[in-house]
Design a protein around this ligand. Structure first.
Ligand code: NAD
Length: 499
């Protein structure tokens, strides 16, 4: 598969199309940076206009299709993703770089969300409540928002689009989907599953291209009723401001600066294992990646020794090799950004580097965007490496006096996505769960590993109050409008608050 270049098309109105400009761009294999994975249409505003018009045209028929019927199609799409899991998982590894087990996990998350939201076709519950007047009833129902623009990053190139497409569609919205320019093949193969499942034409439309061009036009388009964005805080804030001006519903899932707290009573080996998986899994390129470990002073030296020893043993390489533990970064920009933060950590912050700190060029890795797992100690909470999202394999160790101090340090960044505590003390665990300013809290496991039946999202600069995925307060709030229906069957005028 790796040798064959995938020729990608846009998908609009049930047709596979080139961009009207005929311009294209390429995605490359991060592990072998001379290898082109796919050639995709570089969409213009005209392509976006056409996709939006098509989605709008399809909206009425789709919203009036009974939700259980919509669910049947989405169930079929989930089945197809499951049948194609191996090929899709490999494609994730080839196009984005994560190791194959994680590539397969990325696809599994899409399958899980697919089945969950297909089931929503027979739930999507509203409420009934008592009416204060006789012979009058009142209930709430969930209605689609309209045409949704979905804008996604590259780091979960199957899972994140699926997190958005399945809920958007089950609740009766139609969709224009703009994936990251780094992972168009994953998006294309995912959309193929929906097309092959028999989704009516125009309900899901794929427009490839660049953020500044296709993405920005989607956000500003008057034919779009809602935007669901996952990506960096800098882009998300801009999108939020644009949507706010147009009073357009928008959900923003953005960056993180997540941490693990290790208390003096923690099972230290478990904490080391968790911090290692959280910090260097997906080469640190998860929004929930562990980038700070805050360790109680009594166990700091011991934790540090074990953690550095374990990080030094990690095997870097092409993610397709089953023995590889850490794959490449997504592209050269990501490597340079990581290296720049290492420079900042050493020269400006004056933190002490314990391992890593350079490009990794051994053997086959010289062909790819590899960076050594890097750990800093003597890190103070206000340093840039403790404050800013690096999105690479760099972990900062910070020392805490006690639980209160650890929580204060944890909360000292502008982000609030995922935090964890390792402790055997139930009071410490509950205090942390209460006081950490974070959308996700883990006790005795790292900051990664969210399950799809729970709401997902963060506080502060990580999000704007919406949540993805399942559960009460999850994606249903983003992709539906609440309508209240009163029915007076008394045959006379009744006046609330007056009669
Ligand atoms: P990015 O912000 O650069 O791009 C995300 C998407 O936005 C891409 O599709 C891009 O083309 C598009 N885009 C860029 N500029 C745009 C514009 N002006 N108008 C409209 N669309 C535009 O982010 P990225 O590098 O792809 O992803 C990494 C970031 O995503 C990290 O900050 C990470 O923390 C975050 N992330 C967050 C979550 C979460 O759930 N909170 C999950 C995954 C990734």
């Amino acid at each position: 598969m790796a040798e064959r270049i995938i020729r990608i098309k846009n998908y609009i109105g049930g047709q596979w199309l080139d961009s009207e400009s005929k311009q294209t761009f390429k995605s490359m294999n991060p592990a072998v940076n001379t290898e082109t994975v796919a050639v995709a249409p570089q969409s213009t505003q005209k392509d976006v206009d056409y996709a939006v018009k098509t989605a709008r045209k399809a909206f009425d028929a789709w919203r009036l299709t009974p939700a259980p019927k919509r669910g049947e199609i989405l169930y079929k799409a989930s089945q197809l993703i499951l049948e194609r899991k191996k090929q899709l998982g490999e494609l994730v590894t080839i196009e984005m770089g994560k190791v194959i087990n994680e590539g397969l996990g990325d696809v599994q998350e899409a399958i899980d969300i697919g089945y969950y939201f297909a089931g929503e076709g027979r739930r999507s519950f509203g409420q009934t409540m008592p009416c204060e007047l006789k012979e009058k009833s009142v209930r709430t129902i969930r209605e689609p928002v309209g045409v949704f623009g979905l804008i996604t990053p590259w780091n979960f190139p199957i899972a994140i689009p699926a997190w958005k497409i399945f809920p958007a569609l089950i609740y009766g919205n139609t969709v224009v989907f703009k994936p990251s320019k780094y992972t168009p093949a994953c998006a294309f193969k995912l959309v193929e599953c929906f097309a092959d499942a028999g989704l009516p034409k125009g309900v899901l439309n794929l427009v490839n291209g660049f953020g500044e061009e296709a993405g920005n036009h989607l956000v500003t388009h008057d034919g779009i009723d809602g935007i669901s964005f996952t990506g960096s805080s800098i882009v998300g804030k801009r999108i939020g401001a644009t949507c706010a001006k147009k009073l357009k519903k928008h959900s923003l899932e953005m960056g993180g600066k997540n941490c693990v707290i290790v208390m003096d009573d923690a099972k230290l080996d478990l904490a080391v294992e968790g911090a290692l998986w959280g910090g260097f899994g997906t080469t640190g390129q998860r929004c929930t990646a562990v980038s700070r470990v805050i360790v109680h002073k009594k166990v700091f030296d011991n934790f540090k020794k074990k953690f550095v020893a374990a990080a030094k043993k990690l095997k870097l390489g092409n993610g397709l090799k089953p023995t590889t533990e850490v794959g490449p970064l997504v592209n050269l920009d990501a490597v340079q950004k990581t290296h720049e933060y290492v420079r900042i950590g050493r020269n400006e912050d004056k933190a002490k580097m314990l391992c890593g700190g350079d490009y990794y060029k051994n053997g086959e890795c010289k062909k790819g965007h590899f960076y050594q797992p890097t750990i800093f100690t003597n890190v103070k909470p206000n340093m840039r490496i403790a404050q800013e999202e690096i999105f690479g394999p760099v972990v900062a160790l910070l020392q805490a006096e006690n639980l209160k101090d650890a929580i204060k340090i944890a909360n000292s960044t502008k982000y609030g996505l995922s935090m964890s505590i390792y402790t055997e003390n139930v009071r410490a665990a509950e205090t942390a769960a209460r006081d950490l300013q974070s959308g996700l809290i883990y006790i005795n496991s790292p900051t990664i590993g969210a399950e799809i039946q729970t709401p997902f999202g963060g506080l502060k600069n990580t999000g704007n109050g919406h949540r993805e995925a399942g559960g009460i307060g999850g994606a249903i709030e983003t992709y539906t409008e609440m309508k209240v229906v009163y029915n007076d069957f008394s045959g006379k005028l009744q006046k609330a608050q007056i009669d």
